[in-house]
Design a protein around this ligand. Structure first.
Ligand code: GNR
Ligand code: NI
Length: 180
C-alpha cells in the first residue's frame, strides 16, 4: 500500500467529472487500498478518487470511531433523499477551513462494492453527509461551492499563499539543508 498526494483547492484537477469504473481488476484494488491508507493517515472520514487525481467514480468512507468500518462505494447513485441536516464540514482538499453546509439528512444509495456487486444502503446523519460530500467530489464539486463567493475567494487566497510559501521554502538553501 502507498500514501497518495491529496490535491488542494484551487487545483483545477479537482473540477474534473469522473468516469464510471468499468473494470474491477487488480489496479482498482490497489487504488482502493491506497485511498483507504491515505484517508486513515490524513486523518479523514472519507476520500474520493478525484482528490488523489484518479478520475473514476470511486469513494472510500469510514465514519466509525475506531477506523474499523471501511465503506467502499463505486459508481454511486442516490435513489432518494429526505430531511435536512446542517453540518460543520471540512475537506482534506481545503485544509484548515470549516463551515456549515446543509444537505439531505437521509439518503438511499445504490452502488457497487470493490468486487462490482451491486448493493443498496440507507445512510443517515454523518454518513449521509459524507456520502453526499464525496459524491460532489467525483462530479468536480467542493463544499466551498455552497458558500458565498466572498468566503470562497478568501479561502482560495489563503490556500494559494500557503502553497506559494511552501514552494519557496522547499527551494531555499535552508530547507534543502534540513531535508538532507
Ligand atoms: O474528513 C472529513 N470530514 C468531514 C466532516 C464533515 C463533512 C464532510 C467531511 S469529509 C472530510 C474528508 C474529505 O475531504 N473527503 O472528501
Ligand atoms: Ni472533501
Amino acid at each position: 500500500m502507498a500514501l497518495r498526494t491529496i490535491l488542494e483547492f484551487p487545483d483545477p484537477r479537482l473540477r474534473t467529472r469522473a468516469h464510471p469504473v468499468t473494470r474491477f481488476d487488480a489496479d482498482l484494488q490497489r487504488v482502493i487500498d491506497d485511498m483507504l491508507e491515505t484517508m486513515y493517515a490524513a486523518p479523514g472520514i472519507g476520500l474520493a478518487a478525484t482528490q488523489v487525481d484518479v478520475h473514476r467514480r470511486l469513494i472510500v468512507i469510514d465514519v466509525s470511531a475506531d477506523n474499523t468500518e471501511p465503506f467502499i462505494i463505486v459508481n454511486p447513485e442516490i435513489l432518494s433523499r429526505d430531511g435536512e441536516i446542517a453540518t460543520e464540514e471540512g475537506c482534506l482538499s481545503v485544509p484548515g477551513y470549516y463551515d456549515e453546509v446543509k444537505r439531505a439528512a437521509r439518503i438511499r444509495v445504490r452502488a457497487q462494492d470493490r468486487d462490482g456487486n451491486v448493493f443498496e444502503r440507507d445512510c443517515e446523519d454523518l454518513l449521509a453527509v459524507c456520502v453526499q460530500h464525496e459524491m460532489d467530489h467525483i462530479d468536480g464539486k467542493l463544499f466551498v461551492d455552497y458558500l458565498s463567493s466572498l468566503k470562497r475567494e478568501r479561502v482560495r487566497k489563503k490556500l494559494e499563499k500557503e502553497r506559494k510559501e511552501r514552494a519557496a521554502r522547499s527551494s531555499s538553501p535552508r530547507e534543502r539543508r534540513s531535508a538532507l
